[in-house]
Design a protein around this ligand. Sequence first.
Ligand code: 13P
Length: 246
Amino acid sequence: MKKRIFGNWKMNGSLAANAALVDALAQGVHVGACEIAVCAPAPYLAQLQSLLDGSSIAIGAQDVSAHADGAFTGEISAAMLRDFGVRYVLVGHSERRQYHAESDELVARKAQAALVCGITPVVCVGETLAQREAGETEAVVRRQLAAVVQVNGHCLSEIVLAYEPVWAIGTGRTATPEQAQAVHAVLRAQLLAATTSAGRIPILYGGSMNAANAAELLAQPDIDGGLVGGASLKAADFLRIVACAQ
Ligand code: 13P
């Protein structure tokens, strides 16, 4: 499977900073090596649509409404994202689960809303430090994924999954390749039990991935790519991770 390296810019960027970053990425990326996407704040999707026209770098969004349209002030529908050339959307990022109280069921419905519009949801799962220390890692990620399987069983093979241990996000404390692989294997087994096409579903790792640790993580059998936060904001760092995936 072609590796995927997706950047999650989170709430960072400006028109000027994005233009400089995308320009440097476009110059450094070689077509076809691996699949690359940048997940930008919604106001900048139009800018990316124009900057990345004809580029092999795909546009991603960071969230989507579970609703198709209507009286949901502040929300953004999957159809609106599609209007701006969005190919991927993160759903259930731990920062959404934590700061916006997103439930497993809501995350599953967001994934469904994206799929209905032909956008690939990147479903994020992961345990907190307290959950890991309590030995609950496997139960937590299985529960988070089960909700998505239940709602999206028929088109499950169209999703991308991302394992992001919360304790590794933005902390500089990466999961070891063995720790990450162990959870990826659990997720792969759960997908295999749910669909015969599970082998097609990429499982990305996210959490303090950087140029120094990417190669070892990406060498694990069930790690199909990376979801990169902080290191995706600097073109040189992001490109070094991309190089590890080739
Ligand atoms: P960092 O790479 O900054 O740890 O963020 C990971 C992440 O949350 C990507 O979605």
